[in-house]
Design a binder for this molecule. Structure first.
Ligand SMILES: Cc1cc2nc3c(=O)[nH]c(=O)nc-3n(C[C@H](O)[C@H](O)[C@H](O)COP(=O)(O)OP(=O)(O)OC[C@H]3O[C@@H](n4cnc5c(N)ncnc54)[C@H](O)[C@@H]3O)c2cc1C
Length: 306
């Protein structure tokens, strides 16, 4: 897994959620980027790897400290995605297009955008290499390459995403499938999972569960839905005060939460999900996403009572 953002060896910095505003703050309309640099320099005071939320935010901050001409961002994608919106995309409240912007429009004005992929870091020589064979050196390096999605760690994925009932809000490729699955849902188990790995957003699995429940309620499907949250964690939230508030919502909405359950396999053809009990390695539980196998849901309720 790649860390979300690291600064080597620069000053202590904080990430700002308002990166778009920061990025455009000092720009007059005609100063905005129209495209990636063709003739980039080969040395920058601050070099930012990745033009996602972290990279753009840090470039805007560093621009104010060292001047725009001394900052560059290396990012291969023409399209920048603001991923927190994907929760709303999965719940049908926003279109996917609303989360994307041309990368050129979010690069802070005056900062160099090098359209390439980083393939190699050489911290001993303060330089990196790109996939178009460029060597670029830096005084300070900011790594904001995001997190790698390892769906293949779950047996049956990613090929299982071809099935209409499986979606994931963590990827631009699969987030719209969540909304489709909610719309197609008629009755039975609706399972939401929190994996046993670092994740982009720890709140995302719960957020989509609550939004799904609200959608089922509005559309009259709630009484036929058995909503299950299988989390690899041992608590619903790390802070007691908020955990208690969430437990209240869980009770009110009749949601089933099973702790220390890690999704290890998806059997898309059989519409089954297999979970391992992290407290008892080797002990598995199979939950059907079809109403026909009610036993699985009952097993789940028993887990909750333990
Ligand atoms: C469904 C969902 C809901 C979320 N909700 C929230 C929320 O409510 N609040 C919140 O604070 N956060 C939320 N997040 C998390 C937030 O989106 C991430 O923390 C944030 O995007 C991380 O920023 P980043 O720059 O580290 O990574 P990213 O935004 O993923 O950007 C990484 C960038 O690196 C680029 N890159 C990758 N490899 C290379 C390479 N080799 N060379 C060059 N560039 C490369 C990629 O193209 C990408 O542009 C949510 C995330 C998701 C998926």
């Amino acid at each position: 897994m790649t860390p979300l953002a690291a600064v080597v060896p620069g000053p202590r910095v904080r990430l700002f959620a308002c990166f778009l505003r920061l990025g455009c703050q000092q720009a007059k309309p005609l100063q905005l980027h129209t495209g990636a640099s063709l003739a980039a320099k080969n040395h920058y005071e601050v070099l930012v790897l990745g033009g996602g939320s972290g990279g753009i935010t840090m470039a805007a901050r560093m621009k104010r400290k060292v001047g725009a001409e001394n900052v560059a961002i290396i990012e291969p994608s023409e399209r920048h995605f603001y991923q927190p919106i994907w929760t709303l995309v999965g719940a049908g409240a926003k279109p996917l297009a609303s989360s994307g912007h041309p990368t050129a429009s979010v690069i802070p004005s005056g900062v160099e955008w090098i359209k390439a992929r980083v393939v190699d870091l050489n911290p001993d020589k303060n330089c990196i290499h790109t996939d178009n064979d460029k060597e670029i050196s830096y005084k300070y390096l900011i790594i904001a390459l995001g997190i790698q999605l390892d769906y293949e760690k779950i047996k049956g994925l990613p090929e299982g995403f071809a099935h209409p009932k499986i979606g994931s809000n963590y990827s631009v490729k699969t987030v719209e499938k969540t909304w489709k699955a909610l719309q197609d849902f008629k009755e039975g188990n609706a399972i939401f999972t929190f994996p046993n790995t670092p994740v982009k957003c720890a709140g995302a699995p719960q957020k989509i569960m609550y939004l799904s429940e609200a959608y089922f309620r509005k559309t009259g499907k709630q009484s036929k839905a058995n909503i299950i949250f299988n989390t690899s964690l041992g608590a619903i939230f790390g802070v007691k005060k908020y955990a208690e508030a969430l437990q209240e919502i869980i009770r009110e909405r009749n949601l089933t939460v099973n702790y220390k359950q890690n999704l290890i396999e998806v059997r898309a053809d059989k519409q089954e999900a297999v979970f391992e009990n992290l407290d008892k390695p080797g002990e598995t539980q199979v939950i059907s996403v079809s109403v026909e196998v009610k036993l699985s849901a009952e097993q789940c309720h028993r887990c909750r009572r333990r």
